[in-house]
Design a protein around this ligand. Structure first.
Ligand code: PLP
Length: 432
């Protein structure tokens, strides 16, 4: 008998949380690091929300509350979903969680078991893939292509569906690519789902970046497509829209009240409830006209930074970067840089056990961090399975403009530093 269950060894992770100690260790030696790795807006929570949270604490609203989420917040979420998705959402079908992340694993635990297939975008948010082996299901990555602007066609989805498909993750606007889906694409995807999936299949539509859209793009949801209400779980949250990752408030609208009850019971088992004073803050954020104003200001800044960074990256020989339509990430193709610096051959020459833990973009990520002082994320951090042939980095633009300019200069220096990479590689440290 070992200490850990088999299951405990099968769960993956989110590397964005793991790079912090590397950055801190560099900073402790006096080096400064430009942080383009962060998945959170670098803005404060809007003032009117902060005031409401403080007021709620002063009212002693600090006790256990409804494990499904306080009724007033669930009503505000249902109203917002009804108005923006053209559906009739009831508060009884809404469940509030400690962030947008928990429902990912909880849905897998609830709907999937051994033999079931879980379809998810790759590159995509790593937690979709991370949980699948944990629940004993089979991962089916759906590789999004740069030539299709990292979007998804109905035909591509159809090619991976089988009678074992149980759960399908969709994420538009998407982390890490910033890709979005047009209403036509969503209608095509919905029509494939309607014709190929039985009624017990669930679509998990992660719309946590719904408000972070550029160039007057509007958000479109699969839930608005005819017939999709009966099997779609719509997920969003406050972490990105209100720059409030530490508030830990996310939510989901389930197809039926019965399913919402199941997730309410999981909340009771895992968390009891989420902080009522933060829920009141989010409720005000959704209800007040100040909410959209605060979001718009933040998005305008992200858009300026996106333009700066995409232009800067495309000016670096060996880097090719699409202009994302939403989120606060850019996802440049760095294959040529990996070739020019000798990373592709270097990676091939590594012993198998090390090669399995790294990749060319991981080596580039580590080289840029440890030698050039800029933190990015490698391709593998967004879905490992089948990622070997792809060489990308994710850069977050949720960092001040001056820092982004410095970061670009450092990436440009790194991209032509063949000798530097040789030394880094020869030192044999920090390969993953
Ligand atoms: C696509 C996606 N879904 C969910 C989450 C989790 O958000 P939260 O911090 O609210 O748990 C993130 C966070 O980066 C994300 O990018």
């Amino acid at each position: 008998m070992g200490l850990y269950s088999d299951r405990a060894g099968r769960i993956g992770s989110e590397n964005a949380f793991k790079i912090g100690p590397h950055i801190r260790s560099l900073e402790e030696t006096g080096r400064d690091v430009i942080r383009c790795n962060l998945g959170e807006p670098d803005f404060p929570v809007p003032g009117f929300i902060k005031e409401e949270v403080k007021r709620q604490i002063d009212l002693d609203n600090t006790h256990y509350c409804d494990p499904q989420g306080i009724p007033s917040l669930r009503a505000a979420i249902a109203k917002q979903f009804s108005e923006t998705r053209g559906i009739r959402a009831e508060a009884e079908r809404v469940v509030v969680f400690p962030g947008g992340k928990p429902p990912i694993g909880l849905c897998q635990q609830t709907y999937c078991g051994p033999g079931d297939e879980v379809v998810y975008p790759s590159p995509g948010f790593p937690i979709y893939e991370s949980f699948i082996p944990y629940v004993g299901a089979t991962p089916v990555p759906l590789h999004l292509k740069e030539e299709n602007e990292f979007s998804l066609s109905g035909e591509e989805l159809a090619s991976v569906l089988t009678e074992k498909t149980k759960l399908i993750f969709l994420n538009f606007p998407s982390n890490p690519t910033g890709g979005v889906a047009s209403p036509e694409q969503l209608r095509e995807i919905a029509s494939v789902i309607r014709s190929r999936c039985c009624e017990d299949v669930r679509i998990y539509s992660d719309e946590i970046y719904e408000h972070i859209l550029f160039d007057s793009h509007r958000h479109h949801s699969i839930l608005s497509c005819p017939g999709m209400e009966r099997n779609t779980i719509l997920v969003s949250g406050a972490s990105k829209s209100f720059a409030w990752t530490g508030g830990r408030i996310g939510w989901a609208l389930f197809p039926t009240r019965e399913e919402a009850e199941v997730f309410k019971n999981l909340n009771i088992n895992y968390f009891s409830c989420t902080a009522a004073y933060n829920q009141e803050g989010v409720r005000l954020g959704l209800e007040s006209p100040e909410g959209p104003v605060a979001i718009k200001k933040m998005v305008e800044i992200f858009q300026m930074r996106r333009d700066l960074v995409v232009e800067g990256l495309n000016a670096i020989p060996g880097i090719r970067c699409l202009k994302p339509k939403g989120t606060f990430y850019v996802f440049p193709n760095v294959e040529e840089v990996c070739r020019n610096l000798g990373i592709l051959e270097g990676c091939e020459s590594l012993p198998k056990e090390i090669r399995q833990k790294t990749s060319p973009s991981t080596l580039l990520q580590m080289f840029l961090l440890f030698v050039h002082g800029v933190a990015t994320m490698d391709r593998k951090s967004f879905g490992r399975i089948g990622s070997d042939p792809f060489h990308y980095l994710r850069l977050s633009i949720a960092t001040g403009t001056e820092d982004l300019k410095k970061g670009l200069a450092r990436i440009a220096a790194g991209a032509s530093d063949r000798e530097g990479f040789k030394r880094f590689f020869a030192a044999g440290e920090h390969f993953f």
